[in-house]
Structures are given as C-alpha cells and as structure tokens.
Design a protein around this ligand. Structure first.
Ligand SMILES: CC(C)(COP(=O)(O)OP(=O)(O)OC[C@H]1O[C@@H](n2cnc3c(N)ncnc32)[C@H](O)[C@@H]1OP(=O)(O)O)[C@@H](O)C(=O)NCCC(=O)NCCS
Length: 169
C-alpha cells in the first residue's frame, strides 16, 4: 500500500526574472512561455508526490489576471491538491514582483491534471494526499467536483474529436 503524502511534500517554488527574450511585442511575458513554466512546475510537483513518471493529461483554463513586465520576477508555486487512482490535480499560483518597488501581483491560477504512468506507459496508482492548511483543505475538498467536471469535459472532447477526419484529400 502506497503511503499518503502531505501537500507540502510536493511543493515546488520556481522564481525567475523576465528577460527581453521572454516577452511579446508589448514588453510583457509571452503567454506561451508562462504556460511552459506552469507545466514544468506542475510536472515536478506531481513527480515529487508520486515518485513515478508522469504525463500532463489536461490543463484547466489559465486566466492571465495581470501582466508580467520585463524586469519583473515571476514566481510559480505548485503542489498536489487532490488525487484519484492514477491522476493528480496540481494547483499552480503565479505571482509577479516589481523588483524596484516590491509590488506583488497575483497573475494567474491554474489546475493541471497529471497522470502517473508505468514502464509500459499505462496509468498507475499514486499515493493519496493529506491536506493540512486551510488553503490545502479547501482545495482538497473541492477537488472531487473538479475531477468529475473534467471527466465530463473529456467525454465531450472525445465526442467532438470523433467528428474530425484526419485523412488528407
Ligand atoms: C493521460 C493518459 C495517460 C490517460 O490515459 P487513459 O487511457 O485515458 O487512461 P485512463 O482512462 O486509465 O485514465 C487515467 C486517469 O487519467 C484521468 N484522465 C484521463 N484523461 C484526462 C483528462 N483529459 N483530464 C483529466 N484527467 C484525465 C482519468 O480520469 C484517470 O484518473 P484516475 O486514475 O485518477 O481515476 C493518456 O490520455 C495520454 O497519454 N495522453 C497524452 C498525454 C501527453 O502526451 N501529454 C503531454 C502533452 S503534449
């Protein structure tokens, strides 16, 4: 039997500075770059929790709440909030800091679902998660509902996908 893990055991904190090469034409962090950071930190959190190989199964919507400017530091915090049999929900919080003034803004929130896989690439069991803080408990308790919504969304995506023909004519 796999031992349950605390949320804090999977916590990942990644901080970097936004360079001109990371920005769009408006001088703010390119959305695709931030999404790659989000996926990276979520993957590390999931691997810390499961100590197994994982794949990203899905990303819930990412709302960019506040721009992240060139020269800001961008800090991502990620941890596993809820688990199923082989899936792990990872919550990612993105904050930016103006390093000259110290002003900090919450810039994005996202939930990702990562699935642990075995050597054959088949989904495999992960440890349960134990929430401790108020934030962790609230995220854990609401996690079951989000997992159910994702199952329904996946069904709808599969129905939509079945309508597409991939043969080129
Ligand atoms: C994710 C993947 C392994 C799931 O495979 P599958 O055959 O659907 O496996 P299962 O039906 O056994 O589902 C495994 C778990 O994943 C969850 N899951 C599957 N698809 C999901 C989705 N789109 N969103 C959220 N959870 C999902 C299931 O609910 C299940 O959870 P549980 O074990 O906790 O109950 C498979 O779809 C896959 O490999 N996808 C590609 C992943 C990838 O390449 N990611 C990188 C993107 S470039």
């Amino acid at each position: 039997m796999e031992q349950s893990k605390f949320c804090k055991e999977s916590l990942v904190i990644k901080t970097s500075i936004v360079f001109p090469t990371d920005t769009n034409t408006y001088g703010t962090l390119f959305g695709g770059k931030l999404m790659a950071y989000i996926d990276d930190t979520a993957a590390i959190a999931a691997m810390r929790h499961a100590r197994k190989n994982i794949v990203t199964a899905s990303t819930d919507s990412v709302d960019f709440l506040h721009p992240i400017h060139e020269g800001n530091s961008v800090c991502l915090e990620a941890f596993v909030t809820y688990t199923g049999y082989s899936s792990m929900e990872v919550f990612v919080k993105v904050m930016a800091e103006d390093l000259l003034t110290g002003e900090v803004n919450l810039c994005a929130l996202s939930f990702l679902t990562m699935v642990a896989i075995d050597e054959q690439g088949k989904s495999t069991k992960v440890p349960a998660v134990i929430p401790e803080t108020e934030e962790e408990k609230q995220l854990y308790e609401s996690g079951k509902k989000r997992a159910e919504m994702r199952k329904q969304r996946k069904k709808e995506t599969e129905e939509l996908a079945s309508k597409y023909k991939l043969d080129k004519k």
